[in-house]
Design a protein around this ligand. Sequence first.
Ligand SMILES: Nc1ncnc2c1ncn2[C@@H]1O[C@H](COP(=O)(O)OP(=O)(O)OP(=O)(O)O)[C@@H](O)[C@H]1O
Length: 230
Amino acid sequence: MIRLKDVEMEYDNGTRAIQGISLTIEDGEFVFLVGPSGSGKSTIIKLLTSEVEPSAGRIMINGFSVSNISGRQIPLMRRTLGVIFQDFRLIEKKTVYENLEFVMRAVGASPKEIKKRIPYVLNLVGLEQKSKSHPTELSGGEQQRVAIARALVNNPNTIIADEPTGNLDPERSLELMSLLVKINQLGTTVVVVTHEKDLVDRFGKRVVTIEAGRVVNDSIGGYVGGRIHG
Ligand SMILES: Nc1ncnc2c1ncn2[C@@H]1O[C@H](COP(=O)(O)OP(=O)(O)OP(=O)(O)O)[C@@H](O)[C@H]1O
């Protein structure tokens, strides 16, 4: 479960990016985070991944209290989260398989676990034929699916995706969002930041709308007076 309670966040230059957000995301939920540019969506993601710290309030992530977490606990907390970045952040010198192997090794997975898990996640994202390819040999959509496989490979409780369809055409965006829905149906909590109004409308999931660092709407389908932000 993810819980933000009265969270505020101010950047060093004085920008008050988050101005009092309380939000609970239960295990197994699928949530879209939408809102205008600069409203604070990426800052929320950064708060969840501990890239930035709140100036006030409390954040709980999968049983960890982020506000007073010890240095030793941070890797354990991060392991409950699979993060998908907009710019993929794949290692170009490694093959698809090696990219996944790398993150499994980083958490101490055994060779046996690695051998079993990687084909499973590659199959889930439809890339079992591409395990020996390098990221530069793949299309944008395929690279994005490798990024999803990498986020999933250590079996996190929660997947967080910041604009995962940013560089994809509408058809690929739909495929990718459908894949995230499938992953959610297999039991993983999914939080997706997106600008894609049409896609959000299509899926009928919970939509949290952020404006000027606050939650202005939180509902299924996400309509605010008949229109949706984002
Ligand atoms: N590193 C930073 N230093 C100072 N201010 C920042 C920093 N990053 C973001 N901001 C500011 O914080 C506010 C929220 O930014 P954030 O990136 O969270 O918005 P966003 O909703 O993700 O926007 P977009 O949809 O354009 O990605 C904005 O006013 C932005 O200018």
